[in-house]
Each structure stands twice: as C-alpha cells, then as structure tokens.
Design a protein around this ligand. Structure first.
Ligand code: IPE
Ligand code: IPE
Ligand code: MG
Length: 242
C-alpha cells in the first residue's frame, strides 16, 4: 500500500474562477460560465486520453443557489444546453455520466435530461464522469446518515456494529474509491463543502489559473505534482517503502 501510482485513478475538481475570468474582460459572469463549460470538455477529453477512470466535477454547489437570480438562471440554462449538445458525444466516447447532489430544485426539463443522460450512458465503462450539481459535502454526509439510520431501524441492526464501510455505502459517490487527486482552480485554497468525507486522504492541488483557462497542459502540471507526492496514510517512511 501507499506507493504513489504515477497517475491518479480518481480526480476531483473544483472548477472555480469563471466569474473572475469574465469580470477581468468586462464581460457578464454568464460568459465566464459558458467559457468554463468549454474548459470542462477539454479536461474530460484529456482525462479520457490519460485513461483516468473516475472524474468528479463540482459544477454547482448547494450554496450557489443563493447567487443573484440571473446568474443561477444562466447556469441552469447552460446545464440544459450543454447536456443537450454533449450527451451523445460523451456516450460515443464510452463515458458513463452520473449526477450527484439534490435534484428536486431543478426544472422538470433539466431533471428529465439528467435522467436521460444517465440512462443513455449507464453501460459505458471507459470513464465514469460524476457531475456534482446542487451538491454539498455536508448534505452528502447528512443524507448518508439518514439512510443508515433507516437501515438500522428496518434491519434491527446494532449500532455498535456499524463502521465506515457501512456508512460509505450510502454516500452519493458510492461505489467509487476516494479521490486520489483534488484540483481547485481559481487561486482559492479551500474545499468549499465539496467531498468532505471522501477527501480525507486525497492529495490537494491548487492552481491560480481561472477555470476557463484550465486546459490539458494545466492538467499535466497537476498530474506531475501528484506523481511526486508520497502518500503515507499515517504510516512511517520505512513501512511505505517495504
Ligand atoms: C465557479 O466559478 C463556478 C460556479 C461556482 C458555478 P465562480 O462563478 O465561483 O467564479 P468566481 O470564483 O466568482 O471567479
Ligand atoms: C465552489 O466554488 C463551487 C463550485 C466550483 C461549483 P465557489 O466559488 O462557490 O466557492 P467559494 O465561494 O469560493 O467558497
Ligand atoms: Mg468562485
């Protein structure tokens, strides 16, 4: 255990900086989001080429609902048009797409498109692309806890027998392994309520590049940084080397 494989198996990305990218150009923030969607496509392609098995993208947090109404609306419209345009291509590329997060707040049209995209791509196995929308890490821990409580009640389990494995089965990312590499663009060095449970031993990488400018080359830099990391999971050097 604990040897670093050159490439991560699971990459999780906080795609931050769309608004600043637009503001710097005196453009509306919505244009930044549109440009951000292009960067998404490039990064998905680059991960596919590198045979990354799992890519999890933070596209919209539960807190983001509190942004100005026009911005939220523009982002929802962008989700709709991106899914309409890209679902077929993702399918042809052998990518399985799934959405993690709440769904009840989306329009019926968006929910339908999400369901259709998941159904269309469900048998694909080249890469699993998870898109976190209306997602928050604390929400995930809470909903998993509630499900576990229900299971305990229904099956009459003894709570002393519960362990991390029993809990993790209810997280929205299950059955994915925890991310190996977390990337956040846009210069802020925080998790912002992303995968708070799953990131326990993830290697963190922060880039000052704003998300719309993030590309295959930038991804290479993140992978190069990851390749140099020594993951020790609480052990000492000698244990890792043996
Ligand atoms: C990330 O970019 C995209 C979403 C949160 C939807 P931001 O919109 O947060 O961009 P900045 O951080 O304001 O530049
Ligand atoms: C995190 O970015 C959420 C997404 C990228 C979807 P935010 O811009 O919302 O996070 P804060 O406000 O910098 O913490
Ligand atoms: Mg931001």
């Amino acid at each position: 255990m604990a040897t670093v494989q050159t490439l991560p198996t699971h990459v999780a990305v906080v795609m931050d900086g769309n608004g600043r990218w637009a503001s710097k150009r005196l453009l509306p923030r919505s244009i930044g989001h549109r440009q951000g969607a292009k960067a998404c496509r490039e990064v998905v392609e680059a991960c596919l080429k590198q045979n990354i098995k799992y890519l999890t993208l933070f596209a919209f947090s539960s807190e983001n609902w509190q942004r100005p109404r026009e911005e939220v609306q523009a982002i929802m419209e962008l989700f709709l048009s991106s899914l309409k345009n890209d679902a077929e291509t993702l399918h042809e590329q052998g990518i399985q797409v799934r959405f993690i997060g709440g769904r009840t707040q989306f329009s019926a049209q968006l929910r339908e498109l999400i369901d259709q995209t998941e159904a269309l791509t469900k048998a694909n196995d080249k890469m699993l692309l998870s898109i976190a929308v209306d997602y928050s890490g604390r929400w995930d821990v809470m909903q998993a806890s509630k499900q576990l409580c229900k299971q305990v009640q229904l099956q009459g389990l003894n709570s002393d027998e519960l362990d991390e494995n029993a809990f993790e089965k209810h997280l929205s990312t299950y059955p994915l392994p925890d991310p190996d590499l977390f990337i956040r663009t846009g210069g802020e060095q925080r998790i912002s309520n992303f995968l708070i449970w799953q990131l326990a031993y993830t290697e963190l990488y922060f880039s000052d590049t704003l998300w719309p400018d993030f590309d295959a080359k930038e991804l290479e830099l993140a992978f190069a940084s990851y390749a140099k990391r020594r993951r020790s999971y609480g052990l000492v050097l000698e244990q890792i080397e043996s």
